[in-house]
Design a protein around this ligand. Sequence first.
Ligand code: 3H9
Length: 705
Amino acid sequence: MSDTPLVTLTRETDIGVITVNYPPVNALGPGVVEGIIDCLKQGFADPAITAMVLIGAGRSFIAGADIRGFGTGRKRLPLGERIYDILDASTKPVVAAIHGYALGGGLEIALACNYRVAIDSAKVGLPEVLIGILPGGGGTQRLPRLVGPQAAMDMIVTGRHVPAREAGELGIVDEVIPDTAGLRDSAIAYARRIAAVRPLPRVRDREDKLIQAKLDPSIFDAMRKSIARRARNQKAPYHCIAAVEAACTLPFDDGIRRESELFRELENSDEARALRYAFFAEREVAKLPDLPRDVTAKPFSNAAVIGAGTMGGGIAMSFADFGIPVKILDSTKEALDRGMERIRNNYATSVKRGSLAEDEMQHRLARIEPVSGYDDIKDADIVIEAVFEEMDVKKPVFAKLDAVMKPGALLLSNTSALDIDELAAMTHRPGDVAGAHFFSPANVMKLLEVVRGAKTSPETLLSATQMGRKIGKIAGVAGNCDGFLANRSRAPFNTEMVILLEEGCLPEQVDKVMVDFGYPMGPFAVGDLAGLDISAAGRRRRAAANPNYRKLPIADRLVELGRYGQKTGAGWYRYEKGDRAPHPDPEVAAIIKHVSTEMNVPRRGFTDQEILRRLLFSSVNEACKILEEGIAYRASDIDVMWLHGFGFPRYRGGLMFWADGIGVRDVYNQIAAWHQQYGERWAPAALLRQLAESDTPFREAKPGR
Ligand code: 3H9
């Protein structure tokens, strides 16, 4: 701990400047609120001070309450002496000067100040819902008074970060200051300008923006309806709406009491614990514990992608979206034209939907240059191979890259399962080679799985993860094995879901269980989207490599019948022309029953819980093997990959966090029982047994090496 005080008051002639200095983001950790209160009181007492500025040191104003303190019993704010009440009772104007982020409790403090100024690049928001709670520092009462209940709900229920200019237009900040002007000086000048204004403006006194909702309270039910699908199984979004509603129906102080009640109901809910866990897991995944300290990432300013297919195009868009020029290479003009056409169509769809401005689309397209020769990409800092998923197709690409690329370029493969070491062996620089497994659609999905080969250098590993972060991805590291971390941990789930059909389930029944659990789509519907021919090719490859590979005759039968999924209008479901809605298909049910009979497997009924556990426990067991072999750094990395790669419901934390909720012993006992019943594929991982015997939660499992 440094000796620098957390909060200081300095005087600039007649203006008191309160500076919060609690790196990295000025969260309201222990002592911070108390420090601000002390400084406010000193400022009120000093007759030479006419107004005060509250500002953050370092990269942010205040990023909110200290999330680590939640659920620990640590009290967040000094009881009885709430900072918000002290600000409301202020006798001198207080100006919040915002840069970086003013989030959660940070924005709530700013809202209780008399004025707010922000620099252009600042962002404000009440993101509490994203960690399963609601703004508990008056935000649900003050924000609607400033911006109206509809705009307040839009912010509070989504938790989105609002850029300073928009915050200015909404009325959250009183003045937006150009980034170049210097926030501290500008805020002091602003404070001097308004020092004499009386009565002091207080957000709590404003009622004008509430009138409309008082007359027509239907906006609250409309909001509830509009989030029904997205917020299913969750409480926090609904509590957020209820709290804003209270702002319109109750006097201010009663509204604050209602907000506190609702806050307390959420603070230790399962949902809040899971979401807090996910928040920290996402930050932990960025840490590479075994890298030497002095390793630095290679800078990069451009990239190249080999292969203009769906994946290659999506990867190229990911770079272009973040301002990085990228070349896309394919062997024929037709393939390049098709690839560029697909990219243009994807962007055009975003423009049509209103999520991308037309001129921004043009900027992004201008960053993507189609090229047809390896010579055109030889100077790229990073190259990502995204050709057909077959070793014999990928190997010559790596040999070629080795021959042409400038020294030090990162050579990455987008393979989702193939051996990185075999690819690296095609080059004379295996240290520069790693996997960069993007998920489909690559420009949308947040996950990047960086795969470390046996010879991947620490510098390459770090550079590949930082590249991911620069293009907005959450990058996690996996070891090199068939399927790496993500697909390997998911593979038993994919097998089990088809075996369930052999034993008595139908696709729509399994899908319903998983959607009810919280997945956006059921696994069979996802299979149809991805293409059943693709998964069949993966099965063929694995069966060729492993004679004990469990065959999935039902899935194979559909592929033999040309049922490849959405693209052929039929897969696990039937699709109407031009419509993506899956319809249960009696033909599929008949095939399933027929194959069960052929296999001599009696059909029986399944409970929802049995379906859920059969699918997820099979993956938990595999995840334990992955940890055991040191393929993952930590259990929470597996969770991050499931959240961002496979649509696992975030409010359940992730696969391993969810399994911890059941308890490691119960999970082990069930898997051991299924081992007896179904044989080898359910053999419990050694690590699982050890964890169960020592009653150690999955999240504390120490990976092997
Ligand atoms: C709240 O305010 C409740 C109120 O209504 C009042 C109730 C009474 N606490 O993300 P980064 C750490 S709820 C503790 O990598 P970036 C983070 O773990 C809160 N720690 O940086 C990381 O630590 P480490 C509402 C926090 O620049 C380090 O800071 N506020 C907190 O990419 C750097 O973080 C939020 O939900 C925190 N509040 O993004 C905001 N915030 O280095 C949550 C950060 O050890 N925070 N840390 O891994 C964020 O969204 C992002 O951190 C932020 C910066 C956008 C601020």
